[in-house]
Design a protein around this ligand. Structure first.
Ligand SMILES: *Cc1c(COP(=O)(O)O)cnc(C)c1O
Length: 409
């Protein structure tokens, strides 16, 4: 008899994106003439930029020559990329992070899930609501929760509610927690955390011996100079935080796959006997055993984002998407909707009109405007009554989607 990980059975059957796909496919089959505009899943649409493409072509050519061929690389990533990240993403901002605190990987989605390997089962886990579903589901899979209730909330997790009153930046937990997931700029709400907010979290984590898992996948989209790009810009954060970053959204690597996780060497956890153990060493052990490094060609491409040409091209991509975000924000606001986000993040978070539920608004936009977004309730119970639209699209599609949405409101 094969025993399965029965915790998987707690995962909700109607997972968000498959359900969206099901409804869109059903509509498309019934209405083959409809030109559907997809603004649902957060996937980029612009191709790789020239500097990155060139670097990757060169890396392939190196691999094709005996003299420069490379087999397995370091599990932690190549020095050239770790150095570039440490220097330009951190030290240039006055943040003291060294190259060996940076672990290159093939994605932040995997890293945020895999990191649970090195933590015990007795942690109390705090998760925002609404939230990027990966944090919840990976904890369910790891057996850290009980079953879900009617609203989809899992027993054993501490939900931190984001709402209009707190600007979708949840308050500190009112009960003790050990692991805290934060994501800023936020997916799905498009909101950001101020320096003061992050300082409050760092202070809380210090006082309660908690660890913050900080997802900065969208840091490159920050335009407001007062907003921190890294939690390590906050004094003392190196004692209490791990940070995840990704090349997926900044340089269009969702299909190429490259990300990084920053694990400060001074970060400590506690073993059952009470001794303090280096989290950096545990993560290094985990990665060395279960991961064989991101591809050389891909890391060469990512490193090209740190050259002057690569930087400029990345800025161009981000400006392109953020212009879409601005159009969405302004257009939907002008149409009478209440809109959040879209200033420092490529998502706009819309209050559904006239008491429509998230899925009702989804069905309305799909059937009447042929526009696909993401129902807020798919990101958690507190997302009910909201709707996410992504700025990752062509300008023409954004303009047309706006025009069609205005027509049905
Ligand atoms: C897109 C995204 C990521 C990036 O995931 P990858 O696996 O690196 O593509 C991470 N976190 C959030 C919240 C995201 O939306």
């Amino acid at each position: 008899m094969v025993h399965i990980n029965h915790h998987y059975l707690k995962l909700r059957a109607g997972y968000l994106f498959p359900e969206i796909a099901r409804r869109v496919n059903a509509f498309a089959q019934a209405n083959p003439q409809a030109r559907i505009i997809r603004m649902g899943i957060g996937d980029v649409t612009e191709p790789l930029t020239p500097a990155i493409t060139k670097a990757m072509h060169e890396a392939v050519d190196e691999m094709a020559q005996r003299s420069s061929f490379k087999g397995y690389g370091p599990e932690q990533g190549y020095g050239f990329l770790r150095e570039a990240v440490a220097e330009q993403d951190f030290r240039a901002r006055g943040v003291d992070i060294s190259a060996d605190e940076i672990f290159i990987s093939d994605g932040s989605k995997c890293d945020t899930g895999n990191i649970l390997d090195i933590f015990g089962c007795d942690n109390r886990i705090a998760i925002s609501d609404p939230v990027y579903p990966v944090y919840v589901d990976t904890n369910v899979m790891a057996g850290h929760t009980g079953p879900a209730d009617e609203s989809g909330r899992f027993e054993g997790l501490v939900y931190l509610v984001g709402n209009e009153a707190n600007g979708f930046v949840p308050e500190l937990p009112s009960e003790p927690v050990d692991l805290i997931y934060l994501c800023y700029p936020n997916n799905p709400t498009g909101t950001v955390a101020s320096r003061e907010t992050l300082a409050r979290w760092v202070q809380y984590a210090k006082a309660s011996n908690a660890l913050i898992l900080f997802d900065a996948a969208y840091e490159a989209f920050i335009s407001d100079p007062s907003i921190p790009h890294s939690i390590f810009e906050i004094e003392g954060a190196k004692d209490v935080a791990v940070e995840f970053r990704s090349f997926s959204k900044s340089i269009g690597f969702t299909g190429i796959r490259c990300a990084l996780t920053v694990v400060p060497k001074q970060l400590m956890g506690t073993a059952p006997g009470g001794e303090r153990v280096s989290i950096h060493q545990l993560w290094n052990r985990r990665q060395s055993t279960k991961f064989n490094g991101a591809s050389y060609v891909v890391q060469k491409g990512a490193a090209a984002a740190y050259t002057p040409e690569g930087r400029a091209e990345m800025r161009g991509l981000i400006e392109f998407y953020m212009n879409n975000a601005r159009l969405l924000r302004e257009g939907l606001t002008a149409a009478g909707l209440t809109v959040f986000g879209g200033v420092n993040a490529p998502y706009v978070w819309v209050r559904t009109p006239a008491g429509l539920g998230s899925w009702e608004f989804f069905d309305l936009l799909l059937s009447k405007a042929n526009v696909v977004g993401t129902p807020g309730s798919g990101f958690g119970a507190a997302g009910e009554g909201y709707f996410r639209l992504s700025a990752f699209n062509s300008l023409a599609n954004v303009q047309e989607a706006l025009q069609r949405i205005r027509g049905v409101l």
